[in-house]
Structures are given as C-alpha cells and as structure tokens.
Design a protein around this ligand. Structure first.
Ligand code: R5P
Length: 281
C-alpha cells in the first residue's frame, strides 16, 4: 500500500515484486488534521506499507496508516520507510534532549512486523527497533545513474560520507576521496581545504542527505577553486529545504533518489528494496 508521500516509489516497487498496489485514501480536515482510510479489504493479507517520513506531516500519516492497517486484519505489516525522519538526532548531544530517532522507532514498531529503511545517517538507529529492522543502501542506485554521466571522480563532502563515496567510486570503478567538515549550526558548515587534483575533471559529490545544501556548497567551493570542470551533487535523500536551490547553484546537476520524491529524483531505490523484500540480498 502506498502512503501519499511514496506513490511513485510504491508503483515501481509493486511492478518489480509483481504485487497489487493500492493507494491509501488521505485527506486533510479543515483544521489541517489528517484523515486516512484503507480503501480495500486486506484481511489475512501480507501487506507492505511504503511511506516516507518527510516532511513532518508524512510521519504522522505513517502512524495513522499503520493503525488503520493493523485494524484491517492484515496477516503481517512490513513498513518501508524510505527516509527515516529524525535519523540525525541519533543520540543525546546535550543533557535533556530527546533521542528523536529512538522515539520514532518506538512508535513505528508498535504496529509493524518488520521495518525496512534506506541509508540511515548512523547505523545505531537500527538498534532502536525491537522488531526486525533492515537498512538498504540507495548508493548503488545513485551509482547506476552517475555511470552514464561521464563522472571522473567521486568525493564525500565530510568524513561520515566517506563510506558512501567509497562504495559509489568502487561500483563505478573510478577514484574517490573525502573532505573533512565541521558543522557550526544547522545552516553553517566549515570544510577543510585539501589538494584534490581535480583540474578539468567532472566530480560527483555524494552524501546521504542534502538538506540546506550548505555541506554541498562548501565542497563545491573547494572543487571550483581547484579547477574542477563539472560538478554533480548526488544524494539518496533530497530534502532541499528553503534556500537549498540557491546554495546548490555551483553545481551543474543535482540528483537524488526517490526516497523523497521531487524534481531531482532521477534514480530509484525500487530495485534495492525489491531485493530486500524478496529475500534476495
Ligand atoms: C550530515 O552530516 C549529513 O550527512 C549531511 O551532510 C547533512 O545532513 C547535509 O545537510 P545540509 O545540506 O544542511 O548541509
């Protein structure tokens, strides 16, 4: 069943798995509260619910759909959460803070036989689930897209993303490297200069998430200063919050997968999810 935030991905997934697709009925009341309904009888069925959790309201829709599906008498409910909201608040950075990703996991697991998500910021969040929970990577999907774009090198904009740049670089059989970044606040990052030998090259900068675009913009400046010819910003989860478009102007192309569907979703994680769901991984 497709939640309203993941209709495109659900269609692709249903085709690959050769299963029926139904779309949840979702509306808003006058006061903005959500109304959801499961439009078919699913008693005794093994149901896969696909609903990404960005923006915030989509998380609430997921909870309501899980509740409705539980009451529908489905035999099992696999929740596919392509983007795991609040995944970056994976621990308590300061006394008194909520461990938000754990709070999300605790709510999701109440009505799920199993959970599948894509590229979490820190693998620790998978341990917050008390039902079987798996992370698949959307980086191979990104690599498949980038393979046809004449990219010479892959770069991670920070140390955390080095594992993803390594994976994409290895899949594409081209070199990869990473930068070091310090986050000052939500909107500001500082990236250390580093010689990269990118003169005349086409470089793809890859990360799990693009939110404000600040991390990508900072890496782009270093690459442009060193003579990189073409730049692609690639990520799995394209959130592109207000102002991101301007920050990403230094790039010739911006691409993301369909975990959060938007105009830049030119790669699909349907293959990776289908493999996991059919037990082929
Ligand atoms: C955090 O380190 C993540 O991997 C991304 O680098 C970060 O979320 C990107 O955020 P922004 O686009 O706001 O710089």
């Amino acid at each position: 069943m497709a939640g309203s935030a993941s209709v495109h991905l659900s269609q692709r997934l249903a085709e690959r798995l050769s299963v029926d697709l139904i779309e949840a009925e979702v509306r808003s009341f006058a006061d903005g509260e959500l109304y959801v309904r499961v439009p078919e009888n699913l008693e005794g069925e093994d149901v896969i619910l696909v609903q990404t959790t960005y923006p915030n309201e989509m998380l609430l829709e997921l909870f309501l759909l899980q509740d409705a599906l539980t009451d529908s008498g489905a035999a099992s409910l696999t929740v596919v959460m392509p983007y795991f909201a609040y995944g970056r608040q994976d621990r308590r950075f300061q006394k008194g803070e909520a461990i938000s990703s754990r709070a999300v996991a605790r709510r999701v697991e109440i009505a799920a036989s199993r959970v599948i998500t894509v590229d979490v910021h820190n693998k620790r969040v998978m341990d917050y689930f008390n039902v079987p929970a798996t992370e698949v990577s959307g980086m191979p999907a990104l690599a498949r897209y980038l393979e046809n774009q004449g990219v010479d090198m892959v770069l991670a904009p920070d140390e955390n993303a080095a594992r993803w740049a390594k994976l994409v670089g290895e899949l594409m059989k081209i070199s990869w490297d990473y930068l070091k970044k310090q986050r000052i606040d939500s909107w500001t990052v500082e990236t250390e200069e580093k010689p990269l030998e990118v003169g005349g090259l086409k470089v793809a900068v890859v990360d799990d998430v693009i939110s404000t675009g600040g991390t990508m913009a900072s890496a782009a400046k270093i690459l442009r200063d060193q003579g990189a010819k073409d730049l692609v910003a690639g990520c799995v989860h394209g959130l592109f919050v207000k102002g991101a478009k301007d920050r990403l102007k230094a790039f010739d192309e911006v691409v993301c997968t369909d975990t959060v569907y938007n105009a830049h979703s030119r790669a699909s994680v349907a293959h990776e999810l289908a493999q996991e769901l059919s037990g082929l991984t």
